[in-house]
Design a binder for this molecule. Sequence first.
Ligand SMILES: Cc1ncc(COP(=O)(O)O)c(C=O)c1O
Length: 369
Amino acid sequence: MTESPTSRAASLPHLRRKKLAKGDPVPPPLVMASVFNLPGDPTGFRQYGRFDNPTWDAVEHLLAHLEDAPAVAFPSGMAATSAVFFSLLKSGDRILLPSDGYYTTRLLAERFLKPLGVAFDLRPTGSYLDGGFDGYRLVFVETPANPGLDLCDIAAVSAAAHAAGAIVVADNTTMTPYGQRPLDLGADIVVSADTKAPNGHSDTLFGHVASRDPAAITAVRDWRKLSGSIPGPFEAWLVHRGLETLEVRFDRMCNSAEVIARRLKAHPKIGALRFPGLDDDPSHNLATAQMQRFGFLIALTLRSEAEAESFITGCELIQPATSFGGVHTSAERRARWGDAVAPGFVRLSVGCEPVEELWQAMEEALDLL
Ligand SMILES: Cc1ncc(COP(=O)(O)O)c(C=O)c1O
């Protein structure tokens, strides 16, 4: 029986209690150890820091609770995606990637999968179902896609991809398990950059893979152990701490994004604007059906590169930065990284600031354009 987001959020801070002995610290200890006391037969004991670590276990416990599936921690979102690709794909496989998703996933396929004999095709997220999935070993979805915020129907893609013999991997970074539940919708594997909202404090990179398929979990765990793509214990400890407040932060960020998106859309200086929570957004019906929340990212287009830069740097409550999901509102022009967007396109990540103060600061910056 799947829990609701609120019941999952309520039990999360109490998960450790069942394991505590009298006098144990309530928060998980940060265990910095490459070796463990290991005389004699090592079977069944902690052996070496590349194999496991108690602080990884603590953060994976929370992630598994949120995903309702076993989870394996990685040192970044891309390390999680790489673990899935390199542990499950082999020469001769063909995979499908979103043409409008996070660009590094495509670059990884081009630079490192293709030379190993794994071919890939690209398709826009908004028409992901068109053309079917025959011939694919793995179908990778990212919805809402970063940065354009188009959606695809995870349940429909999963059903069609499974019928064609493919596995479905969903990058859920833009939504977190509180905003969207790809495994419940039929995806086989979730990858996530916990660098973003799950950690939330812009001070560490992290990622995870979650799946209800034991073979997939074993494969990525073995990949981590053998490739050495391991998270640092301190990063795991920070993300554990971040996850304890994720629901509160995510709720504030999504609520504020709904208010800010509506007001920006009505502002005369703003051109196109995409936010799945707006009634007239092309993805609104699908968003309402498949997402628990509409997220905290807004894609907006100003008239020029110069106006976009002035808006970003001129607003006192916008941190100019790449990445998203921090407690501070942040924004950047995505064209500066080569994304196929207009020069004035801005990806805005709404943070935890009180919404009226945030809107006032944005309105003042827009008035100066
Ligand atoms: C959708 C998405 N997936 C994955 C990543 C990669 O995360 P990381 O930078 O932690 O490797 C990002 C980073 O921006 C992202 O936006």
